[in-house]
Design a protein around this ligand. Structure first.
Ligand code: ADP
Length: 608
């Protein structure tokens, strides 16, 4: 048999880089063979190698960044046979990985690559022939080798036989990987089906998301946290699940550094960009750069944080939540496929949250419409009663031929007319709300209007039905004439005045101030309405202008939550702003700021 030339030694640092290559290590971990028990399928091949090649020892050796693990070892001395692993200081196999070529050594004691390797004194390795175990996608996981305690010349035939056996070992490994992958995919399909079922089961998104988080652990991650992004941009945690209680506590602690100023960058970035973000391992330098937060790092280390994903839940181009998946195991398969699954999960969850929100809005709209109809029919009754009363009176008088005098008759018609006007106003308001709900923009007819007079008149009208309240109008200007959509500005004003009255159930002073202010952006007409009523709880203030939103302290005071939204809409249509300040139990101040468009003529539409 021919002698084989020995391979030249690889460059050391390059060899180390190849052994520690992250993709190689990930492929190795995905096999799930590290630290697994001995198995007959592999032992059969090593035993066969020792017999055919007449060598005392054969190994299936898998090389990670610190050690070589023997999936199979025949003929190894103790204590190595029981330990089934050695440090890399005792590894010849690591060199086959560096070159991805067979390594054939006749006498290791003379070989420049391994002459100082501790396997020679400790494991009695003198002759060595190893074939790298290279998978179909090109990753060298370890080697299949035979060892002799005597120097020997390996023949080409022997190396070829070893090659064949190594190919069988690779086939065995790949078969297992394929089976595992198929099982994993089946589990994933089952998981996604369960997720869909849970999410369509109810419109209560929170409860559904809690079930989803429980399903995701441990299949997708060791910990799963789900936050909902509210419409005002705030974040609310709705689910947090982990493998065990200590992990759950640590994950909660890790994510607590997630207030807007302080949060680990992946969470903020995923929320802002709508793109999935990787949470780096605790040991990764990038995590230091990402947070500059020593507490975060302390918890990340305690958790043994390996990696994680923050995946935004995006529906109709809005981020409605984020799912955080945390892994605390080094061998977690967080690569390609599982990220796709996690994104699929996030998309399903996003749809569920969005649907729940739409459902909620639809329900509120129906409820508001019902309340609105109830209120309108109630409000119609008074003016209708006036029309009906005077009509009956006139009928009776006509029948009795006792027509009232001209002045009394005129008075009756004025009252009928103003009752009709009131009903027209109510109808207009109904139409306005419909437009507002449909999000339509209306062309506003701007007409010359004296805001001081408009405010006084509206306050006088409201005062008539508010016996326990005192409405004071203050204006340093005798008049403030500008171009406004008079009907809508009046509607906005009446909404504010009725709110000031009805949310001060104990009565009190209501101050209304009209003024003109100038700043660099121009001249503004301001109308300020200040009451001493129940106020609005601070927690409700951010959402108070939202349609149908009502504060938590309204008790039995009737309302629909449409008024302030209408006010804001009217004011912004004018190019103005509305601000509201309120302290619960103290009172509320609302300020309308309308751009002042002066008018010189004297044709006041509102007064006609
Ligand atoms: P509605 O009064 O019909 O409920 P609005 O849109 O006018 O609807 O007001 C929305 C909510 O804002 C009210 O339900 C109430 O909680 C709060 N609010 C508005 N104005 C006042 C006020 N002057 N004082 C206290 N709360 C107010």
């Amino acid at each position: 048999m021919d002698e084989l030339p020995e391979l030249p030694p690889p460059i050391d640092t390059t060899a180390q880089d190849i052994v520690r290559n992250a993709a190689r290590l990930a492929a190795l971990r995905r096999t799930a063979l590290l630290d697994s028990p001995a198995e007959a399928a592999f032992d059969r091949l090593t035993r066969l190698a020792t017999r055919i090649l007449d060598a005392p020892t054969a190994l299936v050796s898998l090389v990670d960044e610190n050690r070589q693990f023997f999936k199979s070892c025949i003929g190894l001395p103790e204590p190595w046979a029981s330990r089934r692993e050695t440090p890399l200081s005792h590894s010849f196999c690591q060199h086959t990985i560096a070159t991805a070529e067979p390594l054939v050594i006749g006498d290791a004691r003379m070989h420049p690559l391994v002459s100082t390797n501790l396997a020679i004194p400790d494991l009695n390795v003198v002759a060595y022939a190893g074939i790298p175990l290279v998978t179909a996608d090109g990753q060298a996981l370890g080697s299949f080798c035979v060892i002799d305690s005597q120097p020997r010349d390996w023949t080409t035939d022997e190396v070829e036989i070893l090659n064949e056996l190594a190919a069988s070992v690779v086939a065995e490994i790949e078969l297992r990987s394929a089976t595992r992958e198929a099982q994993h995919q089946a589990e994933i399909q089952h998981f996604l089906a369960q997720v869909s079922r849970v999410l369509v089961d109810s419109f209560d998104a929170e409860t559904s998301l809690q079930s989803v988080a429980r399903l995701a652990v441990p299949l997708l991650a060791d910990g799963c946290v789900i936050d909902i992004i509210e419409e005002d941009g705030s974040r609310r945690r709705v689910a947090a699940t982990a493998l065990d209680a200590p992990t759950e506590a640590l994950i909660a602690e890790l994510l607590q550094y997630s207030s807007l100023h302080d949060m680990p960058r992946p969470l903020a970035e995923a929320t802002r960009t709508g793109q999935a973000r990787l949470i780096p391992a605790a040991a990764d330098d990038r995590s230091t750069g990402a947070t500059q937060h020593s507490e975060y790092l302390r918890v990340a280390h305690a958790l043994n944080l390996q990696s994680g994903w923050v995946i935004p839940m995006v529906a109709r181009e809005h981020t409605v939540g984020v799912i955080t998946l945390i892994s605390t195991h080094a061998d977690y398969p967080y690569a390609g496929y599982d990220l796709i699954v996690a994104q699929d999960l996030a998309q399903r969850a996003a749809l569920a949250v969005d649907n729940a929100r739409l459902y909620q809005v639809a329900r509120q709209a129906i409820q508001a419409r019902d309340e609105m109809l109830a209120m309108v029919s109630h409000d119609f009754r008074t003016p209708l009663g006036v029309v009906k009363g005077f009509t009956h009176l006139l009928q009776r008088r006509v029948q009795a031929s006792t027509m009232p005098d001209k002045e009394t008759l005129g008075d009756m018609f004025t009252k009928i007319d103003s009752a009709i006007q009131r009903m027209v106003y109510l109808l207009d308001e109904l139409v306005e709300v419909t437009h507002l709900q449909a999000g339509q923009k209306l062309a506003l007819p701007h007409e010359p209007t004296d805001l001081v007079r408009l405010v006084r008149r509206a306050a006088d009208e409201q005062q008539e039905s508010a016996r326990r309240h005192r409405l004071h109008v203050q204006s340093e200007l005798p008049e403030l004439i500008g171009l406004y959509d008079v009907v809508r500005v009046e509607r906005a004003l009446i909404n504010l005045l009725t709110n000031a009255i009805k949310y001060s159930p104990a009565g009190g002073e209501i101050h209304i101030t009209v003024a003109a202010e100038s700043d660099t952006s121009g001249t503004w007409a301001t109308i300020r309405v200040q009451d001493q009523g129940i106020g609005i709880p601070a927690a409700d203030l951010p959402r108070i202008f939202q349609r149908f939103y009502r504060a938590g302290n309204v008790g039995s005071i009737r309302g629909t939550g449409i008024g302030l939204a209408t006010v804001e809409w009217i004011v912004t249509q004018h190019g103005g702003t509305v601000t509201l300040e309120s302290t619960e139990g103290v009172g509320t101040t609302v300020v309308l700021r309308l751009p002042h468009m002066p008018y010189d003529g004297d044709d006041l539409t509102w007064d006609r």
